[in-house]
Design a protein around this ligand. Structure first.
Ligand code: EPZ
Length: 441
C-alpha cells in the first residue's frame, strides 16, 4: 500500500465537428458489475468475455482478489475468475464505498458464505438512493440484516437462506438482481414479483444458469428461482452495453454526423431509436449494428424516463444535451430518480435555456451552445457535457471526468476515432494538495 498525488484529468473539446465512422460497443457495465460478484458464488473457474475496461469493473475485480479469488485476464476483455478458495473475510471497504454496485456483494456473499458485511453503496449522486428493497428481499430469504456505522451486516438466521415470495414495492434493477443472486443457492423456490426487466437482468440470469443455477422469467415482472446446492464453473459472454450504444447514437444525432454503431442488440435500443427518429434523425437497424444519420435540423420532443422497456433514465442527460439544439420547446420528465437534473446547471454555463421544477425540465431549444469550463456531475451527466461540448461553438473543458471513466471504456479514444476534437489534459488545481493524495492498495 502506498500513497501518491492523484493526477487530475480533464477533457478539452473543440466543438463543431460532426462525428463520422464506426464505433464498437463494449460489454454492458450494469451487467458486468453484477456478474463479477456472481462469480464469487461459483465453486469453480468462470471465464467471462466482453468485460468492459472501466473503473467499476476494475474495483470489483480487486475486491474479489482481496476475498481470495484468483483473477487472470486472458486478453483485454476476457477474465478468468477462480473462487474455489475464497473465504469469508473483511473486504476492502474503501473500494466498496466508491461504487453503487457493491450492494451485489451482499447477495453474493450471503449466497456463498451465509454471511455478508459490506459498506452502504456509493455511486452517482442524483437524489436519495435507498436500498430498502434489497433489505426487504434478503430478510424474506431468512437473513438478519442491519445497517450500522455505514456498514450493512447480513447473516442467514439458520446458516442458509431459504426460498420466499417477494413483492418489490418499487421496480428496482439492483434489488431484483441482488435477490436473484442470493436466491440462486437458497433452499427452495423464490418468486420475485414486480421485478425490473432490464436486459442486464436477463444477462445475469443467463450467466447464473450457465453455471448451473435455475432462474426463470428474467426480463418479465415475475422471476422464479429454484435454489441449487452449488454452482459449477463455465464460460459466458456479457451482452453489449445498451447505454454506451445509446450515448454514441445521441452524439451522432446531436453533431449532425453519420455513425455506424457496431456490436449492439437493436431490440435493446428500440426506445432510444424511436425517440431519435421523432427528432428527425435517421436510424437504420441491422442484425448487430445501427446506423445513425443526423438531420440538418432537429425537432423538439417530449421524454418520460421509465423502467425498461421505457425510455432509460441513464439516457436522459445525453438527450437533454441534444434537445438544447432542437428547434422548439422540449419537456423531459424524470420518472425514476428524484433529482437527476444537476447537469442542467452545467448546460446553462454553455448558454442553454432550461427551467427545472422537481422531476420536470423544460428546454427552450434552437440555440447554439458556447464552449465553457464545466463539470461532470455524474457518469451520464459527464457524457452529456461531452456531447454538448462537441456541438458548441468554441472550447469546452470538462472536469471530474473520473465519473465518465467509471462507465465508458476508452471514451476519448472512441470519439477521436469518429473525428471528435477532444483530448485528455492532466492538470493540477489550486485545491489543498492533501486532497489529491490517494491510497493505492
Ligand atoms: C441501476 O441502479 C443502475 N446502476 C443505474 O445506472 C440505473 O440508473 C438504474 O439501475 C435504473 O435503471 C447499476 O446497475 C450499478 P434502481 P439502481 O434500484 O439499482 C429506488 C448508470 O448510469 N429504489 O432500479 O440503484 C431508487 O431510489 C447508473 O449506469 C428504492 O426506493 O437503480 C430509484 O428511484 C446510474 N429502494 C428507483 O428505485 C431500493 O431498495 C430505481 O432504482 C432500490 C431502489
Amino acid at each position: 500500500m502506498y500513497w501518491k498525488v492523484q493526477v487530475l484529468e480533464k477533457y478539452v473539446i473543440k466543438g463543431g465537428t460532426a462525428l463520422h465512422g464506426e464505433v464498437e460497443i463494449s460489454g454492458a457495465k450494469n451487467a458486468a458489475v453484477a456478474i463479477i460478484p456472481a462469480a464469487l458464488m461459483v465453486d469453480g473457474v468462470c471465464c467471462i468475455e466482453n468485460i468492459p475496461q472501466i473503473s467499476d469493473t476494475d474495483m470489483l475485480l480487486t475486491i474479489l482478489r482481496d476475498l481470495g479469488a484468483k483473477v487472470r485476464f486472458l486478453n483485454k476483455s476476457t477474465v478468468e475468475i477462480d473462487c474455489t478458495k475464497v473465504r469469508y473475510q473483511d473486504a476492502p471497504y474503501e473500494l466498496m464505498r466508491k461504487i453503487r454496485a457493491s450492494y451485489y456483494l451482499i447477495g453474493a456473499m450471503l449466497g456463498r458464505f451465509g454471511s455478508a458485511k459490506t459498506t452502504m453503496p456509493g455511486g452517482c449522486n442524483f437524489g436519495v438512493r435507498p436500498i430498502d428493497q434489497h433489505i426487504k428481499g434478503m430478510t424474506a430469504l431468512g437473513a438478519d440484516v442491519s445497517v450500522k456505522n455505514g456498514f450493512v451486516y447480513a447473516d442467514a438466521r439458520d446458516g442458509k437462506l431459504h426460498g420466499a415470495r417477494i413483492y418489490l414495492d418499487k421496480v428496482s434493477v439492483g434489488a431484483t438482481m441482488n435477490i436473484i443472486l442470493a436466491a440462486a443457492l437458497a433452499q427452495g423456490r423464490t418468486i420475485i414479483e414486480n421485478a425490473a426487466r432490464e436486459p442486464h437482468i436477463v444477462d445475469l440470469a443467463n450467466f447464473l444458469n450457465s453455471m448451473g443455477a435455475d432462474v426463470r422469467g428474467a426480463g418479465t415482472d415475475t422471476v422464479k428461482i429454484n435454489g441449487v446446492d452449488k454452482l459449477h464453473g463455465g464460460s459466458y459472454a456479457i451482452i453489449p452495453d445498451q447505454i454506451e450504444a445509446g450515448t454514441y447514437m445521441v452524439a451522432a444525432a446531436a453533431t449532425g454526423g453519420e455513425v455506424l454503431i457496431k456490436n449492439v442488440i437493436p431490440r435493446h435500443l428500440e426506445c432510444i431509436s424511436a425517440k431519435l427518429r421523432e427528432t428527425g434523425t435517421i436510424v437504420q437497424e441491422y442484425e448487430d449494428s445501427v446506423l445513425v444519420k443526423g438531420a440538418s435540423t432537429l425537432r423538439r420532443v417530449n421524454i418520460k424516463t421509465l423502467p425498461y422497456p421505457g425510455f432509460p433514465t441513464d439516457m436522459q442527460p445525453p438527450m437533454g444535451a441534444l434537445l438544447c439544439l432542437a428547434n422548439g420547446t422540449s419537456v423531459i420528465t424524470e420518472g425514476v430518480y428524484d433529482n437527476r437534473f444537476k447537469y442542467i446547471n452545467e448546460l446553462r454555463k454553455m448558454g442553454a435555456e432550461v427551467q427545472v421544477d422537481g422531476r420536470v425540465a423544460v428546454i427552450e431549444g434552437g440555440r447554439r451552445l458556447t464552449g465553457a469550463p464545466v463539470q461532470a456531475c455524474d457518469l451520464r451527466a459527464g457524457a452529456a457535457m461531452v456531447i454538448a461540448g462537441m456541438c458548441a461553438v468554441g472550447t469546452t473543458e470538462v472536469e471530474d471526468v473520473h465519473y465518465i471513466e467509471r462507465g465508458y471504456e476508452n471514451f476519448v479514444g472512441k470519439l477521436r476515432e469518429l473525428g471528435a476534437d477532444i483530448e485528455i489534459v492532466n492538470f493540477s488545481d489550486d485545491s489543498d494538495p492533501s486532497e489529491k493524495i490517494v491510497m493505492i492498495s
